[in-house]
Write a protein that binds this ligand. Structure first.
Ligand code: PLP
Ligand code: COI
Length: 341
């Protein structure tokens, strides 16, 4: 077994086929045992629930090679739980937590050679997902489902890695009150494709979405939660029932309080107060923590004092501590690191 010969430092956030993926099917009310396969293709009926009514959901987490040469995954149990919640909301059959974690371990272990080397800047992205696979024509949930996990080595989600990005305030809403914003449904991302393309065409990296009901509060971006740092060093993150409960954000709030001794607040964040913060970052599995240097609100620019050259000091400390925990340089809280090899 030998690491694949990739230019690890140069890969972006895209799909690279790895050797094995896990597949399990739900039929007659139960999940089968599941197995690893080399086949990356899926064949299904034209009338499948996922194709007609977008009955699909997914997760995202990462595996790392640690400083001492182990392969680990970060908090897969949290993704398992979130996917179970998503499934309930979408009338899909939850994939049991222990089986989810075991399938992550087995899939990563089978693709060991694709785990980017320690220090390369790349990681192995793990994508569990589920979709309605049987025929549906009246608006109903499917009777059969497929759960899969594939892996792909990835580099930074935003071009430029740790360089601050500029985002814009979107005129579109991401999630309705009492809608599906707090679960990881594929449909949340389908609706974001038009706004993200507008943002990209105008030269912005992402969209800041406001709450749909009042458009006064900050929600999140298309693929990450917000962290703000006040001028006196408090870490603030928006509270809302319509944002995705990010595993990275929940981990960072813990790190801020228990590792760095910072004050933390999870509360509604009004767009009006954003100009008063010292630092801003986007956090998520793909984004890790991406510093935001500027927010463009219909031509009016909010420029954070941390600037456009590098991360602000508090976001940098949070980044260093979280990645230190993930890569085995800093002792992790109990249960955060799933050793695979
Ligand atoms: N918010 C949205 C909309 C996302 O798609 C993601 C990515 O999973 C996140 C936040 C970050 O969540 P996590 O830290 O669990 O990856
Ligand atoms: C992740 O961070 O894992 C995500 O799912 C974000 C996605 C939009 C790439």
């Amino acid at each position: 077994m030998a690491k694949k010969d990739l230019k690890w430092g140069e890969i972006g956030f895209g799909y690279i086929k790895t050797d094995y993926r896990f597949v399990s099917n739900f039929k007659n009310g139960e999940w089968d045992e599941g197995a690893l396969t080399e086949d990356e293709n899926i064949s299904m009926i034209e009338c499948a629930g996922v194709l007609q009514y977008s009955q699909s959901c997914f997760e995202g987490l990462k595996a790392y090679e640690t400083e001492d040469g182990h392969i680990v995954a970060f908090r897969p149990d949290m993704n398992a739980e979130r996917m179970m919640n998503t499934c309930k909301r979408l009338e899909m059959p939850p994939f049991p937590k222990e089986r989810f974690v075991k399938a992550v371990i087995d899939t990563v272990a089978a693709n060991e050679d694709w785990v980017p080397p320690y220090g390369s800047g790349a990681t192995l992205y793990i994508r569990p997902f589920m979709f309605g696979s049987s025929a549906v024509i009246g608006v109903n949930p499917a009777e059969e489902y497929q759960f899969r996990i594939f892996t792909t080595p990835v580099g930074p989600y935003f071009k430029g890695g740790a360089k601050p990005i500029t985002i814009r305030v979107s005129d579109f809403d991401r999630a309705a009150p009492r809608g599906t914003g707090n679960v990881k449904a594929g449909l949340n991302y389908a609706m974001s494709l038009h706004p993200i393309m507008i943002a990209h065409r105008e030269g912005f990296a992402e969209n800041l979405y406001l709450d749909a009901a009042t458009r006064t509060r900050v929600e999140e971006t298309g693929g990450a939660n917000f962290l703000f740092i006040t001028k006196d060093g408090t870490v603030v993150t928006p509270r809302s029932d319509s944002i995705l409960p990010s595993v990275t954000r929940r981990s960072l709030m813990y790190v801020a309080e228990h590792y760095l001794g910072l004050k933390t607040e999870e509360r509604p964040v009004y767009f009006d107060e954003v100009q008063d913060f010292a630092e801003c970052g986007l956090c998520g599995t793909a984004a890790v923590i991406s510093p935001v240097g500027k927010i463009n609100d219909h031509g009016h620019e909010i420029c954070f004092p941390s600037g456009m050259e590098k991360m602000g000091p508090v976001i940098q400390k949070l980044y260093d501590t979280l990645t230190g925990i993930q890569m085995g340089r800093i002792e992790a809280p109990e249960g955060w690191i799933q050793v695979i090899k």
